[in-house]
Write a protein that binds this ligand. Structure first.
Ligand code: JF5
Length: 253
């Protein structure tokens, strides 16, 4: 899968794509991430990529010409998405869609925005990673690279598929513990030390259910609340959806 990123901060994105999981996937040939410097095609002595807005106003606008020139020179894979808070919200479902596509490209805006002729003539769509304003699209592009990259078949081996199934069923993860079994007087839930794998699986499921219901009412509603048999599952561990949840270290505040 090829993913191209167009940016005026190529070093930032390149460093990220070369590190950790993405870097490994790249070296193994599973991921072809290409980072392009919009400034490298600028022809004027100052290699300008921004200019003041027609009509006046604060700040600068990313110029159209360096973006047209880059797109013509590298023919980035389509669709070409611009990052920005006005776009389609990026979520796990979209990450899966993009991971099973042939490839795509990301255009990182900066300043007050990008010359509109880029949007009207070159860009296929806009993606947002959330309802907040960033100084530029680079961080959003890196979020998308990581979320999509780890879903590309082979990048994470078998660890991904099963785990991401648990998000696809709309539930939060259950709590995790590692050694030691007692830490500063805090013990690990008995069930996890029991060796009873059926009971462990049911406990984890029950934990996912109560966590989702209490922390993410939006996900809980979308799932349709408790399904058949789940009331009993909760009861097996003395849990209900009512009343205060069991206190744990991550429940503070
Ligand atoms: C950007 C001009 C794009 O701020 C964002 C963003 C927020 N959620 N998703 C993306 O993009 C950066 C800044 C200025 C265009």
């Amino acid at each position: 899968m090829r993913i191209d990123v167009l940016t005026i901060f190529p070093d930032l994105v390149e460093q990220f794509a070369a590190a950790s999981l993405l870097g490994k996937a790249r070296r193994s040939g599973l991921l072809d991430v290409r980072v392009h410097d919009l400034r490298s095609v600028a022809t004027d002595p100052h290699r300008s990529v921004d200019d003041t807005p027609f009509g006046g106003g604060a700040g600068m606008v990313l110029m159209a010409e360096p973006i047209f020139a880059t797109v013509e020179a590298v023919e980035p894979p389509r669709p070409l998405f611009a990052l920005g808070p006005g776009g389609r919200r990026f979520d796990q479902a979209l990450a899966r869609e993009l991971a099973s596509s042939g490839g795509f490209s990301l255009l990182c805006g900066r300043y007050e925005g990008i010359d509109h002729r880029v949007h009207s003539e070159l860009v296929d769509g806009e993606l947002s990673i959330g309802d907040y304003v960033l100084a530029g699209g680079e961080v959003a592009a890196m979020v998308i690279l990581e979320a999509v990259g780890r879903l590309v078949p082979g990048v994470m081996g078998n660890a991904t598929s099963a785990e991401d199934e648990s998000f696809s069923d709309g539930l939060l993860e259950y709590p995790q513990y590692t050694r030691p079994a007692t830490l500063r007087g805090l013990s690990v839930p008995e069930v996890l030390l029991s060796g009873d794998h059926g009971r462990i699986a049911r406990w984890r499921r029950a934990q996912s259910l109560v966590r989702t219901a209490s922390r993410r009412p939006d996900l809980w509603a979308a799932r349709g609340g408790l399904l058949a048999g789940e009331e009993r599952l909760l009861a097996e561990f003395g849990l209900t959806l009512e009343g205060p949840p069991a206190r744990s270290a991550d429940d503070v505040g």
